[in-house]
Design a protein around this ligand. Structure first.
Ligand SMILES: Cc1cc2nc3c(=O)[nH]c(=O)nc-3n(C[C@H](O)[C@H](O)[C@H](O)COP(=O)(O)OP(=O)(O)OC[C@H]3O[C@@H](n4cnc5c(N)ncnc54)[C@H](O)[C@@H]3O)c2cc1C
Length: 468
């Protein structure tokens, strides 16, 4: 999720860079790691090879507990998916941005010698209306339009167990109609759904868990996050298995028997690192407790398309534009400059959410391409250039990841569904970005949630007290 106003960024000093270079040289001298074949009777089976599953397996390995990852798709990383080129990245089709308070993703990048830099933050931002651009003040932040007091008054006016739609909440946030429209469009992009379908209390729970005062989109990885995934996967003791969707989980005689069309894996513990709406596709026997089932079915998937346009240069900067703008013509469309420091080329990324994404997903690629070209041409008509490359990530009704950016608690669902899943204490644990206690909906949340599930299993094994 992103905010429009980007603060200036601290550049990392020369000293840590030197340290990094030294570590890199030393690591080249260390022995190559020999990965063992897949383990079909591990202590822990981790279902889902996204960042949360990978981090759960990594942590278990650190604790000396055997863990095996199985992944439904033909690649690992889930919603982290890069189109890589020689030493950089052509496009991030999924996750891309993070901030300096997201310590775990930064830690992983540094440990794997991957570079990150600040996102371009200068220049003017605007909203694009049918009649043209409306430039925002340099310091204007769309979230400043939210009258928090009004919102909280509205929240307090209802009983604690009485939920209302995010659309109703936005109506209470500001008296200005135009701002309401723009805020609703922003939330369409952030949640990937029409705010009428989103739970206010669920969203409020989510925002309370974002433990940072900084914008979420300060930094990005120069080499491509796909390289981080590759690097982490290679360090796992047991080779993760891809193209292995689990369809059935049976708890029998003190063991989990997890079945895919390709085979069966037995384990003592299970981590389900699969987005909540996708869990519903797996048959679990005996059935999970009612409260857990209710929490799982409280989530719905977001609809999101992410398009990257690569230009010869970031031409928009010449006229003092920042590159980022929100469309008021198309609902739920936000654009940012995502050019990398190490590349001369300019990149604009279009985040397209909710109904607009759903409609575009039904069209051919040519149509989406034309949409992206026309929108950016309309925004920067003065000196628009024909893009050199086009990339798209379609995260609409995604069969394995649910959608984009994330799943969310729908209006009518259990607002604290994430907490319910996170705190489920059995030999089957849930992990995933959505349910994380911190930074939910971000890679950082996925990492922390994976670590946390692994830590719980470690404690259970240590105490040997907990029975399924
Ligand atoms: C377009 C887009 C842009 C985003 N931008 C950002 C960003 O800039 N910054 C940020 O921090 N976050 C961003 N996010 C969100 C971020 O990508 C996710 O929150 C995070 O990657 C989720 O990780 P995860 O491991 O919880 O889930 P996932 O990545 O969804 O991993 C779950 C895995 O489980 C697998 N699976 C599902 N069912 C089964 C089964 N039955 N058997 C085996 N495997 C199964 C899936 O194939 C998938 O690989 C973005 C997401 C999208 C889609």
């Amino acid at each position: 999720m992103k905010e429009l106003n980007r603060s200036t960024f601290l550049k990392y000093s020369a000293l840590p860079l030197l340290g990094l270079a030294l570590q890199k040289c030393l690591s080249l001298q260390s022995k190559p790691f020999l990965q063992k074949e897949a383990n079909f009777s591990p202590t822990v089976l981790v279902i889902g090879g996204g960042i949360s599953g990978i981090c759960a397996a990594m942590k278990l390995q650190e604790y000396g507990i055997s863990a095996q990852i199985v992944e439904a798709q033909s690649y690992f990383g889930g919603r982290m998916k890069s189109v890589l080129n020689d030493n950089s990245v052509s496009a991030e089709l999924g996750a891309q941005l993070f901030n300096q308070d997201m310590k775990e993703i930064i830690n992983l990048l540094e440990r794997n010698y991957l570079e990150y830099s600040s996102v371009y933050g200068d220049g003017n931002t605007f909203s694009l209306n049918a009649t043209g651009k409306e430039v925002w003040d340099e310091d204007s932040n769309i979230y400043d339009w939210i009258d928090e007091e009004k919102f909280l008054t509205k929240l307090d006016s209802k009983d604690i167990d009485q939920d209302f739609s995010l659309s109703e909440a936005i109506d209470a946030m500001t008296d200005e109609k135009e701002k309401r429209v723009l805020l609703k469009n922003m939330f369409r992009e952030l949640m990937g759904k029409n705010p009428e379908l989103v739970s206010t209390r669920g969203t409020y729970e989510l925002y309370k868990r974002f433990n940072s005062e900084r914008d979420a989109d300060e930094l990005h990885c120069e080499n491509g996050l796909g390289r981080l995934i590759e690097s982490l996967i290679q360090k796992l003791e047991y080779a993760p298995i891809h193209s292995y969707p689990i369809t059935r989980i049976l708890w029998k005689n003190g063991k989990f028997i997890s079945t895919s069309k390709k085979g069966v894996i037995e384990s003592n513990y299970l981590i389900l690192a699969v987005p909540p709406p996708i869990i519903q596709k797996i048959s679990i026997e005996p059935k999970l407790p009612q409260a857990i089932q209710k929490a799982i079915s409280s989530f719905d998937t977001g609809d999101m398309i992410k398009i990257t346009l690569v230009f010869k240069e970031p031409f928009w900067r010449k006229k003092g534009w920042n590159g980022s703008f929100v469309s008021n013509v198309y609902k739920g469309v936000t654009v940012i400059d995502s050019s990398l420091k190490n590349q001369k080329q300019g990149k604009l990324v279009l985040f397209i959410g909710a109904e607009t994404a759903l409609n575009l997903s039904k069209k051919k690629q040519e149509h989406r391409q034309e949409f992206a070209y026309n929108l950016t041409k309309q925004a920067f008509s003065e000196n628009w250039q024909m893009p050199l490359e086009y990339y798209e990530g379609i995260w609409v009704k995604h069969p394995w990841c649910g959608g984009g950016y994330n799943s969310f608690v729908k209006y009518g669902g259990t607002p604290n569904a994430a907490e319910v899943l996170r705190n489920y204490n059995s030999n089957l644990l849930f992990a995933g970005s959505e349910i994380s206690a911190e930074f939910p909906g971000y890679m950082e949340g996925g990492i922390r949630s994976g670590y946390s599930a692994a830590k719980k299993i470690h404690s259970k094994i240590k105490s040997q007290k907990v029975k399924p």
